[in-house]
Design a protein around this ligand. Structure first.
Ligand SMILES: [Zn+2]
Length: 235
């Protein structure tokens, strides 16, 4: 009886969620702007989905891992289509595109999960959060919950001070910019952490987070991003 009640409750919740998704899910493809069928309203049409450039380490080598990062994976290379999807999520006030990105990335993400892993989004500083209203990395983690079961903490890591945009800066300047920029707010002693971010360029942001987490006792830090910039334009 209890089971029947809870399954009806779950069914109602699911219907409510699907109803809400009709309003919040994107109605046009973020890549080609074609209107999407109602049933595929997840931000990217079937044709564009098929053309997304999957990253395969056999054809494009893994980037050199920075000092504190143990592993890294990303499902896609950062081409124009992926850039449009990520940009739509980050800068066009469309956090719902996180669902499209989560949907197309779910298989590779699941490969990064293992028992006892704790998933943390790369945090955004409060000032930027107030401007943008949401942290795209946290939106990704929330969207990924739809496809996998894992422990996470959206506020376990905090950006203590605002940092300058990293684009165009040298590796050394990036490191300096990120020095002591993060703080761990939860117990990570002997834990395996999976950091989630949108894009990997030089890995300096992930490394600064990983350094902070390892100092707080984390036993390993892996990184998952949606896209990998094969040839960053900085040194
Ligand atoms: Zn499309």
């Amino acid at each position: 009886m209890l089971f029947a009640k809870s399954s009806t409750y779950l069914h109602k919740l699911k219907r409510l969620y699907q109803g809400l998704m009709q309003f919040v899910a994107p109605s046009s493809c973020a890549v080609c702007f074609e209107l999407l069928q109602q049933t595929t309203r997840m931000g990217v049409c079937a044709s564009c989905y098929g053309k997304l450039p999957e990253w395969d380490v056999n054809t494009v080598a893994e980037p050199p891992l920075p000092r504190y990062v143990d592993r890294f994976d990303a499902p896609f290379l950062y081409d124009e289509a992926v850039k449009l999807l990520i940009t739509a999520m980050k800068f066009s006030d469309k956090p719902e595109y996180a669902h499209a990105l989560a949907q197309v990335s779910q298989d590779r993400f699941k490969n990064c999960l293992h028992e006892d892993v704790l998933v943390l989004p790369v945090p955004m500083h409060r000032e930027r959060l107030i401007k943008r209203m949401y942290n795209q990395s946290a939106e990704l983690v929330k969207a990924l919950r739809r496809y996998a079961t894992f422990d996470d903490s959206l506020t376990g890591l905090r950006r203590v001070r605002p940092t300058k945009p990293q684009v165009g800066q040298s590796a050394k300047a990036r490191q300096q910019n990120l020095k002591d920029a993060f703080e761990v707010l939860i117990d990570v002693q002997d834990k395996s952490i999976l950091l989630v971010d949108d894009v990997w360029t030089t890995g300096s942001t992930a490394d600064a987070c990983a350094k902070c987490l390892k100092k707080a006792g984390a036993k390993e830090v892996a990184v998952f991003t949606i896209a990998y910039v094969e040839k960053p334009t900085v040194n």
